[in-house]
Design a protein around this ligand. Structure first.
Ligand SMILES: Cc1cc2nc3c(=O)[nH]c(=O)nc-3n(C[C@H](O)[C@H](O)[C@H](O)COP(=O)(O)OP(=O)(O)OC[C@H]3O[C@@H](n4cnc5c(N)ncnc54)[C@H](O)[C@@H]3O)c2cc1C
Length: 397
């Protein structure tokens, strides 16, 4: 029997064979997802044994479509977006065989939700300034510090964590990357309410949290390189979605325009057309990015896609409020909630407008992404770095 990765026809056949044995209507959701993972039909580009078949990444959409058409349960990517979009590719690239086997299956099925313990009160854009300390302690590490803006920490079983393990070397070189068990008694999660009224994210206090050394991802001191892999994937995960024409917010506003001729003015028409064309250009660029990705690792282009996504979401949600005037400002619900997903299309215009503000901050601010585009795509000179060779402990805090 050939061990070559399957092509499109081979994958179609495998999905149909799988569905013939696992009837989605008659199989428990969790069992179905586990079996799909074990059959290598979860993320087909992952290696055999880890939910994939080593097939081209571009064939994933076709597999997903076949499962959806058969009424198969999804693995709720919106709830475990950080796990699927960021933790998984990092574990695949830097994890040991044991780590891959332990973490990837329950991550994909959604049985274990993940969060990202990167940002700190004094280290956001400048992630390498982080102060959370991990100190070697027998066969593990003891971690002390504070993280902030941690989406989904209240739901998460595990976190990807970057901590400082050597304050005596320049900041980028003294960090190490870990998997933190959020159920450890040294981990405290406190809700942080944002301007939508909801608390999607949290402060996380780490006080003597224990991490076994086998939960270290990558070499000691190599945390910056591992974190960069996560952040590249984060930008693609946020900005690089496959979407149909008029998918997302532009579709919501275009529908409003069609349904409510009474709101139209020539000025708003021109603005809608400009944003429609921009959204379509961003969608097609995203599609090209996805095809490039199929051929290799995410590059700096993901930063440009995320930048465009944030700008468009903010401009389109602003246009919607202009169209609706005072009606648009009515808010749907100020109850303190802890949503498991961010859903722009099913919420009110007021929510969309407020939540879109976060798009240019989360996953790297637009200013930082412009720097990346300038330096890594356009080849412009880098920002001066006065702290490059100074040990972290000697930097002004
Ligand atoms: C909704 C939401 C969810 C989030 N979820 C998570 C999460 O799950 N996990 C996590 O770890 N973090 C999360 N974050 C945090 C996010 O990654 C940080 O807020 C972001 O990196 C910016 O850091 P900061 O807030 O410390 O701002 P700062 O870095 O203090 O920046 C303040 C301002 O200065 C600008 N600036 C800073 N440096 C430069 C520079 N060199 N050149 C030009 N301008 C610059 C910034 O662009 C920004 O406008 C989330 C944020 C939001 C809004």
């Amino acid at each position: 029997m050939s061990t070559a990765p399957p092509d499109e026809a081979g994958l179609d056949r495998r999905v149909r064979d799988f569905l013939a044995v696992h009837d989605p209507a008659a199989t428990d959701r969790r069992d179905f997802l586990r079996a799909r993972f074990d059959a290598g039909l979860a993320w087909v580009h992952y290696p055999p044994g880890l939910g994939g078949l080593g097939a081209p990444r571009a064939l994933q959409d076709g597999v997903d479509r076949l499962f959806a058409a058969a009424g198969a349960p999804g693995n709720r990517p919106e709830r475990n977006a950080i796990g699927l979009g960021m933790a998984a590719p990092t574990i695949l690239a830097f994890g040991t065989d044991e780590q891959k086997k332990r973490f990837l299956r329950p991550l994909w099925t959604g049985e274990e939700v993940w969060c990202q313990l990167f940002s700190e009160p004094g280290a956001g854009s400048d992630l390498a300034a982080l102060a959370t300390r991990a100190v070697r302690d027998g066969d593990g590490w003891t971690v002390d510090g504070q993280k902030v803006w941690t989406s989904m920490a209240h739901e998460a079983r595990f976190a990807i964590l970057v901590a400082r393990t050597d304050p005596g070397v320049p900041k980028h070189r003294g960090m190490t990357y870990f998997v933190c068990d959020m159920t450890d008694p040294g981990v405290e999660v406190r809700p942080l309410r944002q301007m939508t009224g909801e608390a999607e994210f949290n402060e996380v206090f780490l006080t003597g949290a224990r991490i076994p050394d086998e939960h270290r991802l990558g070499a000691v001191g190599d945390g910056w390189r591992v974190a960069m892999a996560t952040l590249m994937n984060e930008r693609v995960a946020i900005g690089g979605h496959a979407a149909p024409r008029e998918g997302g917010m532009i579709g919501v506003v275009a529908a409003l325009w069609r349904d409510r001729p009474d709101l139209r003015t020539p000025g708003l028409h021109a603005e809608l057309l400009r944003l429609w064309a921009d959204a379509e250009a961003a969608r097609l660029t995203g599609e090209r990015l996805r095809q490039q990705l199929a051929a290799g690792a995410p590059g700096p282009e993901g930063s440009a896609a995320k930048l465009a996504f944030a700008r468009l979401n903010q401009e389109i949600s602003g246009l919607e409020l202009e169209l609706l005037a005072e009606d648009g400002l009515r808010y749907d619900d100020w109850t303190m909630r802890r949503p498991a997903e961010v859903d722009f299309t099913r919420r009110s215009p007021g929510y969309r407008y407020l939540r879109a503000k976060g798009n240019s901050i989360e996953g790297g601010t637009s200013e930082i992404l412009r720097n990346i585009v300038a330096e890594r795509i356009l080849g412009l000179p880098a920002e001066p770095r006065a702290d490059k060779d100074v040990p972290w402990k000697d930097l002004p805090k």
